[in-house]
Design a protein around this ligand. Structure first.
Ligand code: NI
Length: 258
């Protein structure tokens, strides 16, 4: 069964049919999803969803676009939320120089503080990094994020950069972009990264794979990503699903419970 390591079912776009979708995951071949927070409010919603649905886990974190929230009280709130037993990671956190909603210094400060929090709580991190490969890598090195481990989600950099993150012990998160005609760079990354270090993700409602590109994404579409990865790696679909599931369990520290 598929493990969707990164989703946003707390998003408004799911208001009309969230319950139906989450209850139908199993029938769609999806065993488990992690609902990832992007600010304090969505982190609270992620935890609430994880409490309501057995097959939903949560991550709590402040995305670089909301980095201004990461003051003392914001970090304290995250720390409290993270103590919930269904919270498996701190994320998504990182740097976004594409939209630059918050200034670089504000983003960097929020990023560093949340890596500290993850280390304190012994949780992995979910990294969001856009147009900021070098700074993300530098800060993670600096803060010894390798001790936390985790994933660089929706990986958008070169294969060379992917190998540097692998050396740091991180997993590479791959989603819908892999199926796009202009997704050549990510296909190269997928070819270069060993299967043992790849996890599947939707990032839904965003980034629906072909042939649903442009529409609302959900976890049932992750099979198109798995099919494309099977083609690139020249292995079976079932192997892709099995290996990435095992990786996800290990990455989120869930393998110890099995
Ligand atoms: Ni996301």
């Amino acid at each position: 069964m598929i493990f969707d390591t990164h989703s946003h079912y707390d998003d408004k776009q799911f208001d009309t049919d969230r319950d139906e979708l989450l209850k139908g995951l199993y029938a769609a071949g999806v065993e488990c999803v992690v609902d990832v927070g992007a600010d304090l409010a969505s982190s609270e919603r992620a935890v609430a969803l994880s409490e309501k649905y057995e097959n939903v886990l949560a991550a709590v974190g402040i995305h670089p676009d909301s980095a201004f929230e990461a003051d003392d009280s914001g970090i304290e709130r995250l720390g409290t939320l993270a103590k919930n037993k269904k919270v498996v990671a701190i994320g998504e956190i990182g740097l976004d120089y594409h939209w630059m909603v918050c200034e670089k210094e504000v983003q960097e400060n929020a990023f560093r503080r949340q890596i500290h929090l993850a280390a304190e709580l012994s949780l992995p991190v979910i990294i969001h990094s856009r147009d900021a490969a070098e700074d993300t890598y530098r800060i993670m090195k600096d803060e010894e994020a390798n001790i936390c481990g985790g994933v660089v989600h929706c990986f958008s950099y070169s294969a060379e950069m992917a190998l540097k993150y692998l050396e740091m012990g991180m997993y590479i998160g791959i989603g819908g972009v892999l199926t796009y005609k202009n997704g050549r760079k990510l296909k190269e990354v997928a070819a270069a990264v060993p299967m043992e270090r790849i996890v599947l993700e939707t990032d839904c409602p965003y980034l629906a794979p072909d042939p649903h590109r442009g529409k609302r994404n959900d976890s049932s579409y992750i099979r198109y990503v798995a099919e494309e990865l099977a083609r690139i790696k020249n292995i079976s679909y079932d192997e892709v699903v099995g290996i990435t599931r095992a990786n996800a369990l290990k990455m989120y520290g869930l393998d110890k419970n099995i």
